[in-house]
Ligand binder design. Sequence first.
Ligand code: AMP
Length: 281
Amino acid sequence: MKLVHEPAELRDVCQEARRQGRTVGVVPTMGALHEGHLSLVDETARVGADFRVVTIFVNPLQFAPGEDLERYPRTLDADLEQCRDRGVDLVFAPAPDAMYPAGFQTHVNTGPLGDVLEGAHREGHFEGVTTVVCKLLSLVGEAKAVFGKKDYQQWRILERMALDLDLPTEIIGHEIVREADGLALSSRNRYLSESERARALGLSRGLAACAEVFTAGERDPRVLSAACRDHVARGADRIDYVEVVDGLTLHAPDASTHLFVALIAAHVGKTRLIDNRELGD
Ligand code: AMP
């Protein structure tokens, strides 16, 4: 497995892999890897990539002032070992000034998909995400890129970005990986104390309750989100949002909605958690 720190080298190695007839798969991450990230790596193989790239970069642009940029877990050695064990061919782990050298000033704006939910609660977050992912995907070139539906809105925004900016990338969304008791895996789970972790289960329980009401025939987003919110409120210290929206537009469902999605962001102790569930048609 190759470890690369320089953007130009990432570009060269991916180009060379394609020249040898290989299909590049890429999984952008912020590191502190867990089974959720690794299942995205497996997915690149499942969709036919035989040159597998993981990028590890805690992207300062996507953290607002006061968020957890400084304390975000950085575990590069353990990450590299996990990548090696999982058959990754190349890890790209740049320093911040390799990605944003002096004079850097161009950003990618999101459209209406970025205005709601996370976008309404985390100032500048998605612009930071689209900017770094656009740079990473441009460096990697033609590839299949796998993103987790754990960050549902991010996945939708990146799908749109790749289309709008003609990136040579196929964007693939992968199902959320959960612990046996339902907690969605997250690098931020390591911040949780034992009792906070127990309370964090309110999120996945809320989504399960919401799905039950949906399956029983309910389609009113207010009723659906109320079913979810009840459980979340029992465990969370603060709720940013609990919403049921159209899974494509991420705005209020209407007569044309084919996919309903419930999404949550809530704080448990000092940790902000997100989770979601596709409810169906
Ligand atoms: P992060 O390192 O948190 O920025 O995540 C990197 C990628 O892994 C993103 O595409 C996330 O959506 C994805 N991811 C994180 N946690 C999970 C999970 N529990 N299940 C599936 N994908 C995940």
